[in-house]
Design a protein around this ligand. Structure first.
Ligand code: FES
Length: 507
């Protein structure tokens, strides 16, 4: 049913050309680290305001989460407003909504001004439940929060029952949201950034930072970048020990499968049931629709049989929408903060020229634009009314936040110890083709993978972030860390952080 290796529909639009890695030391006004939606958007806005900007990316641009999203650009972030009103109060919950809606309108205007062909279209966003009465009550409460905050939306149960091919018990709409093609969009931004004299270096991973005036960044190419201002737009901050970001975010993976179908309803839908389902479509030039079915979230590194996640989504698409051939399947990593509000702004009080944007939950397209606008304003010393809401150094934790903090760290400790004690009876010779496992090799635990051609790679099992034991992800062919979500290729190279160093090579 699925192609062998995960491939994103969006990444098909990417070019094969690599922009040269950093091959000399450089001094600039601003360095932006990470070329996803936050990095590229921030780099462009700063360049438009006359700043000299260097943008560096560890892999290729738009290959991180931005290339592997469902690309809904929405202020409807699941059931969130009820919780926000309770946790941060009505005024800030309203600001959160307004920040996201402002990002949507900004995006529309930017796409028009720069004439970017990125399949942007307005869609209604719907939450729905199939059966659970407690979920229906949650949706009723969310609608009350919409009303309280002046959000354009409300009950849409009969509307959704007309649209979807199965009966829902309760549904809630938020009107005039957006969907687009994220890679085409970023290509448009990148083109403009380079026209303005901005510089991009791909295949350049920042491995360390010396804070000062200027800040000095080390990279894996052996060259350094000095910059007055540093924007950390690497999804998980590569310098996460500054501000203890590893301890205040949860990391989840979620999955998408997509298939061409003849008919698909207008709208973007998310079920609030378990397992959740997130669905949307793209209109294709041949008149058909590329349907996307997302869900099956789990904490990163806590599930090895990840092929089953794709299969469950495929079965859902076949049963309800007549999908047959799944041309693409992909997954993404989501970072969730303790209070569900992203961390955007100055990274810590003692590094006022280092900025971070992270913890967008599953809503990086809208919150990524919020982040870019806010950080650009901070660097160029303009007022921004969302600064306090997103301040990464906000310290007034609620009791519930503290409880989650404790749990997250207790889980990390458990994974750390569990990995060290668990015996492995498997040997390298036991591995089949395209199979990975922790094996016992010369008396030590080794993370081993035998590729489809029979070649074996062996690396150390200790994550280079804080030493937890990595576990095999069979669908992505990666070693995933259960503690803070670092991921590594079979040969040990970092796919995503917080780790910045590869797993140790074994002979
Ligand atoms: Fe923190 Fe692996 S990501 S220990």
């Amino acid at each position: 049913m699925l192609r062998d290796f995960p491939t994103s529909f969006w990444r098909d639009a990417a070019s094969d050309e690599t922009v040269r890695p950093l091959d000399h030391d450089v001094t600039t006004e601003v360095v932006v680290v990470g070329a996803g939606i936050v990095g590229v958007q921030t780099a462009l806005q700063l360049a438009e305001r006359g700043k000299q900007v260097v943008l560096v990316e560890a892999a290729r641009f738009a290959t991180g989460t931005t290339g592997y999203t469902t690309a809904k650009v929405s202020a409807q972030h699941g059931i969130v407003y009820t919780e926000l009103v309770k946790s941060i109060g009505e005024a800030k919950a309203r600001l959160y909504y307004e920040a996201n809606m402002e990002a949507l309108r900004f995006l529309e205007k930017q796409v028009e001004t720069l004439n970017i062909d990125c399949d942007l279209e307005r869609q209604y966003a719907y939450l729905y439940t199939l059966s659970s009465s407690s979920s229906a009550t949650l949706l009723e409460e969310e609608e009350a929060a919409y009303h309280q905050l002046g959000i354009d939306g409300g009950d849409a149960t009969s509307e959704v029952n007309r649209l979807l091919p199965y009966a829902v018990k309760k549904a809630t709409v938020m009107r005039d949201q957006l969907q687009f093609h994220p890679v085409k969009y970023l290509q448009g931004l990148m083109k403009r950034f380079r026209e303005l004299g901005g510089t991009l270096h791909e295949m350049t991973r920042v491995t360390g930072i010396e804070y000062g005036t200027p800040n000095r960044l080390e990279t894996n190419t052996g060259h350094a970048i000095e910059a007055q201002d540093v924007v950390v737009a690497t999804h998980f901050p590569f310098n996460d020990f500054k501000g203890l970001y590893f301890a205040k975010m949860e990391v989840e993976r979620s999955y998408v499968v997509s298939a061409e179908v003849d008919e698909f309803p207008e709208g973007m839908f998310i079920s609030v049931d378990k397992p959740s389902r997130s669905i949307r479509h793209v209109k294709l030039e041949n008149g058909k629709k590329m349907a996307m079915f997302g869900g099956e979230n789990h904490v990163t590194g806590h599930k090895q049989e990840t092929v089953a996640c794709y299969e469950a989504l495929g079965e859902f698409g076949m049963r309800h929408f007549g999908a047959e051939t799944f041309s693409y399947h992909w997954s993404a990593q989501d970072l969730i903060t303790l209070d569900k509000v992203p961390y955007i702004g100055r990274m810590t009080a003692d590094t006022p020229h280092v900025y971070v944007a992270t913890g967008f939950s599953k809503w990086g397209m809208s919150q990524g634009i919020v982040a870019a606008c806010l950080i650009t304003d901070l660097i160029t010393k303009r007022q921004n009314r969302y600064e306090e809401l997103y301040d990464p150094t906000r310290s007034k934790w609620k009791l519930a936040d503290a409880a989650r903090f404790m749990k997250t760290n207790a889980d990390v400790a458990k994974e750390f110890v569990k990995g060290k004690l668990k015996p492995s009876h498997k040997q390298v010779g036991d591995l089949g083709l395209d199979e990975g496992a922790i094996v016992n090799h010369d008396g030590e635990h080794v993370a081993a993978y035998r590729d489809p051609d029979g070649n074996v790679s062996m690396v150390g099992t200790a994550c280079t972030h804080m030493g937890c034991t990595v576990s095999w992800n069979e669908a992505e062919r990666s070693w995933d860390c259960p503690c803070h979500g670092s991921r590594f290729k079979p040969n040990g190279e970092v796919i995503e952080g917080p780790a910045v160093k590869p797993l140790s090579r074994k002979k």
